[in-house]
Design a protein around this ligand. Sequence first.
Ligand code: UDX
Length: 446
Amino acid sequence: MAVIAKMCPHVKVTVVDLNEARINAWNDENTENIPVYEPGLSEVVAEARGRNLFFSTNVDQAIEEAEMIFISVNTPTKTYGAGKGMGADLKWIELCARQIARVSKSDKIIVEKSTLPVRTAEAVKDILQNTGSGVNFQILSNPEFLAEGTAVPDLLNPDRVLIGGDQTPEGKEAIEALVGIYANWIPRERILTTNLWSSELSKLVANAYLAQRISSINSISELCEKTEADVNEVARAIGTDSRIGPKFLKASVGFGGSCFQKDILNLVYICRSFGINEVADYWEQVIIMNDHQKKRFALNIVKDLYNTVSGKKIAFLGWAFKKDTNDTRESAAIYVADELLNEEAMIRVYDPKVKEQQILGDLNYLATRKPEENSEHVAVFEDAYSACENAHAIAILTEWDEFKDYDWQRIYDGMLKPAKIFDGRNILDAEKLRAIGFKVKSIGVK
Ligand code: UDX
């Protein structure tokens, strides 16, 4: 919404949330204190805030005034009841729809921005169209394809914008209204319009395809470790085929983030609910492979440290699910740590952007053991050198650029020998490290 406000100074954008502390943070005088870390975002907020971008907790007033409302609430995987662990929890979407229905006195366009299971618009429509107030609502689907860490450039220059709506005259008019917003800075040919259901489904499918590429290359990484093939070379060799393309072929300790796993689980759940189990199984394998990759990485560390890590210090460099973000949702680091804590390892974490409270919170959320045990076995450091001091091994969990430029000789000197590095992101120069004396294991290289 900040980027829309920046690019459309003639449009008034009001962002509302029930959470007062969060809204206050968005209104903080110093835009460096806004609650989301994303390169370039504080500058965008500084430019538009107070001009045509406003943050408020007055939800009803904002609904009443708006001609177009974007629903951008979270849709986590259900943790209870039918569809537990698979389906999306649409509680917040429904509450939004009910509030909009209750408050609105004039016709509005409602835009689903949250990622939703296909046919959710049906439920939203049902609630909105049965208010009896005579107000007309048009529902659009406008999924977001930005990636974290590059959100601002992705929004300023997207590969495409997708807008789905009813194929009726009123629906088409609503689609055109939203096209008109994006057309302020995005060439028309990059604004795709479809029916509602194609748009909702395309978002899930885009994420499933991206995640599938990672699971595919990760599956090959295990085979490479058994043979003399090098997964980096294989990725380069296949990626130069223009039909395959070079992106999303980086073998890793496993993908994380708030979207991939959740959206695939959603896709699988929808397929199962229609009884198309072959399709469900096909996509579920992407998740199974990813879980396997995370576990395999942890167990390789145990195996390499003479089959026991009990009481051994293992330094984790990185905790975020990828570089340039402080987001840790579904980060591979959490699951690798959990596995190693089961083996009684002592974990010492350094991440340039993630703080101790978050790290312990992530582990406690899994409820594998008591919070006191997690606190006892996990120490968080302010710099990498302290985290690696006296460690038996280092595991690279996030591809932060700064890791490449460390004084690795200094780190080596402070470690127990043999000093081992498990590079879960293949970002370090293994040959250089070996010359220092490290024993290095990369993903997908024998
Ligand atoms: C993703 C989609 O890219 C985006 O279009 C969608 O809107 C939201 O989900 P995001 O989760 O922010 O974005 O990050 P992304 O860059 O896609 O990375 C996801 C995970 O895959 C990260 O853990 C990343 O480290 C991992 N990854 C990515 C790999 O392991 N290998 C790769 O080659 C690429």
